[in-house]
Design a protein around this ligand. Structure first.
Ligand code: BG6
Length: 487
């Protein structure tokens, strides 16, 4: 942890989608709660030609659209923190003027007082030129942090290229790679569940756990991101980052402390232990026209306007080749235009070794733990219980849920946007919830192996109707192991 708090935040891509939907609303919400450093100045930069007032107007409109009214208190104070500098990041020319603006925004106007946090949410092709420009203008010193938003490359080689370019100007302890799933409260709660309770750790292994399921289902389709998504696909857009981070948090060994190095050391070990799946352990799909919540929606090819081999759905049977997880499949599944928006993790335990109730005909279900990430944030442990009665026809057992409703348990707490936590940690300099270079590269290595396997076996996506849980082959993927997806 580099020990300075930034007093200036420089946003590249400040007029873009992420900035309007998430970054500016998160910053405003933090400000409303008095959580931003008092002197923090926020400088936006992008290609658009506008002045400070124009940027503030744009920001106000974004806040009104994307931040609930009750979290917008003190919006005027927040808007006062904002200033803007037009820049074409592909050439070096404008960077001196940008540096002047950044200096002027500092507390004393000299730029020497606090620190600077830079948030890069631009096309990856601009990463290299931006860093060259920042170096040229003296904006890469020891008191400058660099935060990078995905996509960080399309494979290991291109990701390494980006990482090298950034590493030439910033040491790893000043690089903050975002995976916004790590900013989600429920994702962080996975660590609390596992490591703040004595109950789970002794049973968290292949002796007691039969398999794990991780589902990240979305109802949305392309959402206007046609070009980006068609080049990416579900594997690179969702599995490479968010799903592998979830898997790593479920499968990691206990870190020695809740500290950036300790946590990330353990995650990377899991990521490196992932076995490359065979083509037969994966299923890909692409949605066709169908209906979601009673509304008809077009197919992917129709939205795109041409045929494509990009997968909008992926299901994978993954294996973590280490002592703890030997023989425990991790079934991963994600897709667009699925029947509901749900992210959840199911831990399926084994059956009891011997049922004392068998003679009386009572069936036993193995226990399971369902961890809701979104939209429901409940944790449900399924247990067997005796059905009340006199048992004249023998003991009857039924599965009953032991459920914690997280929002009810913490009603006084605000539900926050994932970026609120991440932006605050960036300003403070805490890297625990950011992804280290070795993690990203281990993730890409595994994803590249899958893509190579698909290529070798000429795998193309099977179709599924929007509003279904992917192609039928995804059901077969688990059913042949005697497992059903949790729905
Ligand atoms: C992004 C993907 O990283 O995550 C999108 O690029 C996806 O395709 C989004 O829709 C999902 O995030 P969330 O927070 O809505 O689950």
């Amino acid at each position: 942890m580099t020990d300075f708090a930034a007093d200036r935040l420089l946003l590249f891509g400040a007029t873009g989608d992420l900035s309007r939907r998430k970054l500016l609303p998160s910053l405003c919400a933090l400000d409303a709660d008095g959580l931003l450093p008092e002197k923090l100045a926020i400088i936006g930069t992008a290609r658009s030609d506008m002045d400070d007032a124009g940027f503030r107007d744009m920001a106000r409109a974004a806040l009104e659209e994307f931040l609930p009214a009750q979290r917008r208190g003190g919006m005027a104070t927040f808007l006062n923190r904002l200033s803007y500098q037009k820049l074409d990041a592909s050439t070096i020319d404008g960077f001196d003027a940008l540096a002047e603006k950044v200096k002027a925004a500092g507390e004393s106007g000299t730029g020497d007082d606090g620190g600077l946090a830079i948030f890069l949410s631009t096309a990856p092709s601009l990463f290299g030129p931006t860093i060259a420009g920042l170096e040229h203008a003296g904006l890469t010193g020891e008191r400058v942090r660099m935060c990078l938003e995905k996509p960080l490359g399309t494979d290991l080689a291109s990701s390494a290229e980006i990482n090298d370019a950034v590493a030439a100007a910033f040491s790893e302890d000043r690089i903050f790679r975002i995976d916004h799933y790590l900013g989600k409260e429920t994702v962080q709660n996975l660590l609390a569940l596992r490591f703040a309770n004595i109950l789970f750790e002794p049973i968290w292994n292949s002796n007691i756990i039969e398999h794990v399921q991780i589902t990240v289902a979305e109802t949305v389709g392309l959402e206007g991101r046609v070009a980006f998504y068609d080049d990416a696909g579900a594997l690179r857009d969702m599995v490479q980052n968010h799903m592998l981070q979830l898997l790593a948090l479920v499968a990691m060994e206990p870190p020695t402390s809740f500290d950036a190095t300790a946590v990330r050391d353990e995650k990377v070990k899991v990521l490196r232990a992932l076995r490359p799946p065979m083509a037969s352990e994966t299923v890909t799909g692409q949605y066709r026209a169908g209906a979601i919540n009673g509304e008809s929606v077009p197919g992917y090819d129709e939205e795109l306007g041409k045929p494509s081999n990009t997968e909008t759905f992926a299901a994978i049977k993954a294996h973590v080749d280490n002592w703890r997880w030997k023989g425990v499949p991790f079934y991963l599944r994600t897709g667009k235009r699925l029947p509901e928006r749900v992210t959840e993790i199911l831990i399926q335990f084994r059956c009891v070794p011997h049922s004392i109730f068998e003679g009386s005909g009572a069936g036993l279900q193995p226990n399971s733990l369902l961890i809701g990430i979104q939209p429901d944030e409940d944790i449900t442990l399924s247990l067997m219980a005796k059905v009340p009665g006199l048992d004249e026809d023998g003991v009857r057992l039924r599965e009953v849920p032991l459920q914690i409703k997280m929002p009810d348990a913490f009603v006084e707490q605000n539900r926050r946007i994932a970026y609120e936590r991440l932006l605050l940690d960036l300003i403070k300099g805490d890297q625990t919830l950011f992804v280290r270079r070795d993690e990203v590269e281990a993730q890409w290595e595994w994803v590249d192996a899958i893509r190579a396997e698909w290529e070798e076996h000429s795998v193309t996506p099977k179709t599924y109707s929007a509003g279904n849980w992917g192609p039928t082959a995804a059901i077969a993927l688990t059913e042949r192991d005697g497992v059903s997806w949790h729905e």
